[in-house]
Design a protein. Sequence first.
Length: 298
Amino acid sequence: MHPRFTAAFPALPADLQTAIQPLLDSADFDGVLRPQDVARLKQETGLDEDALALALLPIAACCAVAPVSHFNVGAISRGVSGHWYFGANMEFEHAPLQQTVHAEQSAITHAWLRGEEKLDAITVNYTPCGHCRQFMNELNSGTAIRISLPGRAISTLGDYLPDAFGPADLNITERLLTPIDHGFTVQGDDLQQAAIDAANHSHAPYSHSFSGVALRSESGKIFSGRYAENAAFNPSLPPLQAALILMNMSNETLTTIQQAVLAECQGSTLNQLDATRATLSALGCEDFSLTLVSKTSV
């Protein structure tokens, strides 16, 4: 079992400990439960899906990176595909608090980067803040997505965010998690290709400032992330943070980034360059480069 999970393990019911341990012992556990995993855990514990997700929150919370607040929040997003995706809050020392990732953002983005196309529910161990409620309102699930919290009846996002402001108010039909490809030519070395591919699938219907980031860790693995824009602007998630979510959920230490590439549109209204460089520097990565993309060339 990865050391990060040992603190949470005693908090699980005994039958869930027995059922989940083979997954946590696997060297390639990446914070995703496949439909067959969920089915087995339900059968071996007797818990229904809502109760099981709540019981697994201590495992998700163990993935938190919280050197500033020391406050661990875990979340699990449940896809219509039957896959479940862990998420946790992330903070970065020596970087502005605006670079922080909330647990709900982490679980949602984790699902998006794994190819999930729609979410049914979010389970989280603390009430979603306004920032996260607005982030969720960008989803193609709309305000019907279910939100589950310990000790409370399941509610919908509409209950938590009445009279919501969202994409429709700006005449935007694109929604987060709905697949999209912006048609940028993918070329360059493997890291550039991963960053450009991420930009191709980024969600930026307001600014059209599409961007993606690819990171190479000390292990040699590549983690890529896409920009997720929001109708309210401020809850938008930068592409670097998306890549860091995937890296964290894969049990890789964030300070082991060896090389990073940012791909973004030439002449964009917005750019991620300075913020990406600053946060990478705070994580100890100085090997960072920019690749500009357009619809016709790279």
